[in-house]
Design a protein around this ligand. Sequence first.
Ligand SMILES: NC(=O)c1ccc[n+]([C@@H]2O[C@H](COP(=O)([O-])OP(=O)(O)OC[C@H]3O[C@@H](n4cnc5c(N)ncnc54)[C@H](OP(=O)(O)O)[C@@H]3O)[C@@H](O)[C@H]2O)c1
Length: 257
Amino acid sequence: MTTALITGATSGLGAAFARRLARDGHHLVLVARNKERLSQEATDLHDLHGVEASVLAADLSTDEGISSVEDRLRDRDHPVDLLINNAGFGNKGTFLNVPVEDELTMLKVHCEAVLRLTSAGVERMRERGRGGVVNVASVAAFVPRGTYGASKAWVVQFSQGAAKELAGSGVRLMALCPGFVRTEFHERAGMDAGSVPGWMWLEADAVVDSAMKDLARGRSLSIPDARYKALMGAARLLPRELLSKASSTTGRRFGPR
Ligand SMILES: NC(=O)c1ccc[n+]([C@@H]2O[C@H](COP(=O)([O-])OP(=O)(O)OC[C@H]3O[C@@H](n4cnc5c(N)ncnc54)[C@H](OP(=O)(O)O)[C@@H]3O)[C@@H](O)[C@H]2O)c1
């Protein structure tokens, strides 16, 4: 049986990956900060699917937290076959009113943690000649959208570049770029999600199913759902100024700080 390690497994897309992978018979290592929630989830998935689900509480905005997950990924006695770098968040506000420390925390979780965990995971996968990594980015990677979009653009560029270098190694690397997904993300970021049109919302389980299909096909980039494939295609043709205006207003209303 294979083992999958998922960061940000307590809710939203991470929890959907955990459900799907447990159903497929993978043992799980669940990573996030909230140990109580992780433990409950591990028990539920074990009871439902009979897989081993262990818990690793780690704050990926700290060196200590990232190191503890790197150590787990380097453990030759308990190899990880599939790594899902999913943990992430949005800051409440835009560039002009978010403290720079909060933006740096975002870069630590979205970029540094993803880089270090991908490197640790891939190192062991290459030794075994097989494995996979999914780095959760966003369609925000393709539009001007502050530090969040910039961090996700880094995830896409890094993942696609590394995927090319890994060709022939037996290790697959893919950036996953969902549009708006119903999760805890928007509430946690203090966003007024009501400003997002209904047709733009995706369900987490469907996003994960689509991602797993693309990973199996060997894709290095996955944009779930025909609506977003079409939107991103159109975005490439729009003048940057217009794109910037549309992207900076969609889903970017925030409550009081
Ligand atoms: N929802 C969307 O519309 C959307 C669209 C595109 C991309 N995404 C991306 O999808 C990923 C998952 O987000 P989601 O929508 O599922 O949001 P979510 O429901 O808020 O889940 C975020 C997960 O990340 C964990 N997390 C946050 N900060 C962490 C930290 N410092 N260290 C460790 N774990 C941390 C949270 O758990 P704890 O609080 O327990 O640590 C939680 O499990 C993110 O990378 C996000 O940028 C989301």
